[in-house]
Design a protein around this ligand. Structure first.
Ligand SMILES: [Zn+2]
Length: 207
């Protein structure tokens, strides 16, 4: 297709963000770089329903003026359309501005196989092992009550975890809620009038 050729020409002449993304946005990079802007992560840091890390500043920029970002960057964050789609994290850094650490044990996050989570209810971040799924269901940092499903695994890579996170959002949406548990806007989406409104399905009664 003609379009594809044009894209090829563009990528060969200009250094694109996509290239940085593929080279540096490794598993390790995910813990240091904003998923949207690929800038180094710096507080305030936010996360979405999939546990990706972002600079809040970059997300705000996106919400105000999406044209600042490339098509490729925007595609990856289609699910972020308002501040309700993100949660600000209370994430701790070693020595103030070093690597991120568990707020309970002080261990490094993103190293080894131990998963790290954050709670949507409060934004606290720690290793998953610090969560005691007992009857109390209180955040180990601030003691706020939380729902099990709102413990979001950060930077998860396995399909099963991602599917679970996607399913959680689908279920929240059905209840009229957003990722941050705030009420989402009315379901009436006037923007999508291009989609033909299908007539009510009239099921033939089974005889
Ligand atoms: Zn907490």
């Amino acid at each position: 297709m003609g379009l594809k050729r044009k894209e090829l020409v563009q990528t060969s002449t200009t250094p694109t963000v996509t290239k940085i993304e593929t080279k540096e946005y490794t598993q390790e990079g995910k813990w240091n770089h904003c998923y949207l802007s690929q800038k180094k992560l710096a507080p305030p840091i936010v996360s979405d329903h999939l546990g990706r890390l972002y600079n809040k500043e970059s997300v705000l920029e996106l919400l105000v003026d999406p044209s600042k970002f490339s098509q490729g960057q925007r595609v990856g964050v289609k699910h972020i359309t308002s501040l309700k789609d993100i949660v600000e994290l209370k994430i701790k850094q070693r020595n103030g501005n070093g690597r991120f650490i568990c707020s309970v044990t002080g261990e490094l996050l993103g190293s080894g196989s131990t998963k790290a989570v954050y709670l949507v209810e409060c934004g606290d971040v720690f290793l998953e092992k610090c969560l005691k799924f007992d009857d109390s269901l209180k955040c180990p940092v601030c003691q706020v009550s939380y729902d099990k499903r709102n413990a979001i695994v950060l930077n998860s890579t396995d399909e099963e975890s991602i599917k679970k996170l996607e399913d959680r959002l689908t279920s929240l949406k059905k209840d009229g809620l957003s990722h941050s548990l705030k009420k989402s806007k009315s379901n009436k989406r006037k923007k999508h009038i291009d989609q033909p409104s299908t007539p009510i399905n009239i099921k033939k009664p089974k005889i």
